[in-house]
Ligand binder design. Structure first.
Ligand code: KE4
Length: 431
């Protein structure tokens, strides 16, 4: 497989872009080797700069649920940009997208559009602090909510101690109001809130974790978060940047029937263009400027082209039976990969919720938190990644990421993926 052009582009990129990429995970550091420069994409496929084609399970990290370059989305964006790409003024399209989100997600009474998932979670947390008058927030190890300073933290020494920065450039002071707990650890949540629940502004959680690989909530975990937030007057924020409109028409809150106070959206809601959103209870959202005292703003917030892509994507997703179709094709690949692990005798496990899944190499027991995810065999994942790439299957370049299946993935795509996985794992088993 020729990669001269990607190699040449990487060399040029590194001269002017840190690491040659505009987001670290794209650099293949976790799996080794050099990143592919993608030239174009259509449906379930991407092509690199050397013309090599791949079946794509990155899907731009989630947005491309319809498949790449969906004709109706492309047309909607073209029509929008022909009318002007940005005005810095309210438009009807923003109302229509806000109405579409409110209609699909019952917990969202009002919503504000922003330009990324990071902006959505960062703003939701500021709003929760403004609404409650409290400073401390709770997150879970292994959950990623974007790169706002106070979220780039790692758990302190004890379970309920304050966090430490997890990135250079984040002052210790910025981490000291964040507390990280182990994901799915119900007793740790109850213990923390019993100790200091009255001081906690919000809990933020990925209702299905997708940034430590795919780790579903255990029974009672989300319910406990809802209970303690209500009991102690904290707000429950669901970070549905990844799960929103992915795992269910109303996101993970629809799938698990839990009502958060605020929700952060990204990825699918922008249809592949830069758009995020946060929304929820009107009494909380009304605290936002210009009417309320909590400031939040953005030059390109509600951008007409991104709104057109997001709105058309949500409209397409409301066609009856699409989530059933997505579940069917996703189950085929999830069960197929699990069967190949059994056939080849390679210890591992597939964890899946809807059209998000991760194949972990390891002892095959369920992974429930970040410690479990770290204990997986990431070296073997790197070897598997390379074997699959060589066979034209483009997986997320990290064992801590989720794969995304789109409505454009056909049974042939899945069967070709499974054939490649069987060959890859047979080769791994022999090595
Ligand atoms: P963005 O700022 O990247 O749009 O969204 C941040 C974010 C927030 N919340 C969740 C649950 C997320 O998964 C993300 C971003 N996801 C990563 C992939 N795991 C984006 C890929 C990247 O960083 O390049």
């Amino acid at each position: 497989m020729r990669k001269d052009r990607s190699r040449e582009l990487l060399h040029r990129a590194r001269a002017v872009i840190p690491g040659g990429v505009n987001s670290p995970v794209r650099a293949f550091k976790s799996v080794g080797g050099d990143p592919l420069f993608i030239a174009r994409a259509k449906g379930a496929n991407v092509w690199d700069a050397d013309g090599n084609g791949y079946i794509d399970y990155v899907g731009s990290w989630g947005p491309m649920i319809l498949g790449h370059a969906d004709p109706s989305v492309v047309e909607a964006v073209k029509n929008a940009v022909d009318r002007g790409s940005s005005f810095g003024a309210p438009t009807e399209g923003e109302i229509r997208l806000a109405e579409a989100i409110v209609k699909r997600v019952p917990s969202v009474q009002k919503v504000r559009l922003v330009s990324s998932g990071t902006e959505a979670t960062m703003s939701a947390l500021r709003l929760a602090r403004g609404f409650t008058g409290r400073d401390d927030i709770v997150k879970f190890e292994g959950c990623y909510h974007g790169h706002a300073d106070h979220l780039l933290v790692k758990a302190g020494s004890g379970v309920a101690t304050f966090d430490l920065p997890d990135s250079k450039g984040v002052p210790a002071d910025f981490a000291k109001h964040t507390i990280s707990l182990p994901y799915n650890d119900i007793s740790a949540v109850r213990e923390l809130f019993a100790q200091r629940g009255q001081k906690i502004a919000a809990i933020i959680v990925e209702p299905v974790a997708g940034n430590m690989g795919l780790v579903p909530p255990v029974n009672g975990f989300l319910e406990t978060l809802r209970d303690v937030a209500t009991q102690y007057g904290a707000l429950l924020i669901f970070d549905e940047v990844m799960t929103g409109f992915r795992v269910h028409a109303a996101g993970a809150q629809g799938l698990y029937a839990i009502t958060p106070d605020l929700t952060a959206f990204g990825k699918i809601v922008g249809g592949g263009l830069p758009l995020g959103a946060f929304g929820g209870r009107a009494d909380v959202m009304d605290m936002l400027a210009p009417d309320g005292p909590v400031y939040q703003a953005g030059t390109l917030s509600g951008n007409p082209c991104a709104v057109a892509a997001g709105l058309k994507t949500l409209e397409n997703l409301s066609a009856p039976g699409l989530y059933d179709q997505l579940e069917k094709i996703s189950r085929r690949i999830g069960e197929g990969l699990a069967a190949i692990l059994r056939e080849t005798g390679i210890p591992g496990r597939v964890q899946r919720v809807g059209s998000m899944f991760t194949l972990y190499f390891g002892d095959g027991t369920p992974l429930k938190n970040f410690a479990d995810a770290k204990a997986a065999d990431h070296n073997r994942f790197s070897a598997y990644f390379a074997e699959m790439l060589a066979r034209g299957i483009y997986l997320p370049p990290s064992g801590y990421e989720a794969n995304f299946v789109s409505l454009a993935h056909t049974t042939d795509d899945v069967d070709r993926t499974l054939d490649s996985a069987r060959a890859a794992m047979t080769s791994l088993a022999a090595s």
